[in-house]
Design a binder for this molecule. Sequence first.
Ligand code: FAD
Ligand code: DHB
Length: 385
Amino acid sequence: MRTQVAIIGSGPAGLMLGQLLTLAGIDNVILERKSADYVLGRIRAGVLEQGSVELLQRAGVAGRLHREGLVHHGTDLSFDGDRLRIDFTGLVGRHVTVYGQTEVTRDLMAARTATSVYEAEDVELHDFDGQPWVTWKKDGVTHRLDCDYIAGCDGYHGVSRASIPSDALTTFERVYPFGWLGVLVDKPPVAEELIYAHHERGFALCSQRSPTRSRYYVQVPADEKVESWSDDRFWDELRRRLDPATAEAMQTGASIEKSIAPLRSFVAEPLRFGKLFLSGDAAHIVPPTGAKGLNLAMSDVAMLADALIEFYAERSSAGLDNYSAKALSRIWKAERFSWWMTSLLHTFPENGPFGRRIQRAEFDYLSGSVAAQQSLAENYTGLPA
Ligand code: FAD
Ligand code: DHB
């Protein structure tokens, strides 16, 4: 079997890259380790930058997003119960759209006309510094796919980054001593906009998926087990971290999903090794504060798709040669913002009283400074490519 671009991973990065290439007439095959149902069952991010919405439009998959996505013109911060609204539209003339990653994935999967192989086991990448090819096993049979390029879109634990000789990559990492315990519930959101809350007991986030479905998170220690959290314990803890009026107004119920996500900052450089390119979580991880993970995956593959389209249309490798540097410039800015928002809003065991006063001063500075609010708003709604 032969294709132009072999894509490893059918998350949002792989699916979007495949769609953009197919629309440009470039042959591609996606190899995914899990089943389609498993991929669709994962509950992850929920906030799209305007640039991601525009990309979904370009990819021809924004119909349901425009009907069902919720446009948010601002967000709320809460610090020990004191509230501050960041007015994105008023401050920087931009907004975000609340539309779950699950729905983005579903729309991209429904639109796909090119080949996808699900449940591809033991994917291996070969000769990607020469004439690349990929092998995998399915139902006990080994398959081979020859290609011009490989796009590693297989997430943080994927095979693509792991296949690159370790001396060819430099990695940068910060692991946080906590995670987010998330609950999905079929109850209306407590507020029209999201609430990011700092409390001495830890961070909390009130988010949403639709007018009838809410997503809530609380910061928990990194070694916490989800089995230790009954729904009642979760709601009690969340209420304690919110201002009294919000805690009172919140509608609770039986969780329909509950999971813990660890928090990590990570970047691998460069994003190219011969004919292999890394995009999305395969190349970098941000802590979820600031909702950048999915959006970064989208901007990476937009750049990679344009570079590949340029290569096949003009036989120019200028875009491919520039991909790593261009994408990393945007990635590091999102890393900085996610790290900053994480630092402001979480409790850090090592911070002590000095660290807490600094966090309070940061919140007070934000509250009194239009410039600081503008900086938050322009980063949250998405920096240009
Ligand atoms: P992924 O979505 O990870 O997709 C990679 C795909 O590759 C997967 O389908 C995987 O099965 C497949 N794969 C892996 N290994 C192989 C292999 N060897 N062979 C073939 N296929 C393989 N971001 C936010 O902004 N907010 C959130 O609340 C949030 N919550 C998250 C919760 C969790 C548990 C995780 C892991 C991430 C979360 N993120 C969140 C981050 C966001 O979901 C990711 O940034 C986004 O999914 C990146 O998309 P991707 O396509 O690069 O990677
Ligand atoms: C959601 C996740 C985030 O990381 C975030 O910053 C905002 C919302 C969510 O899952 O809804």
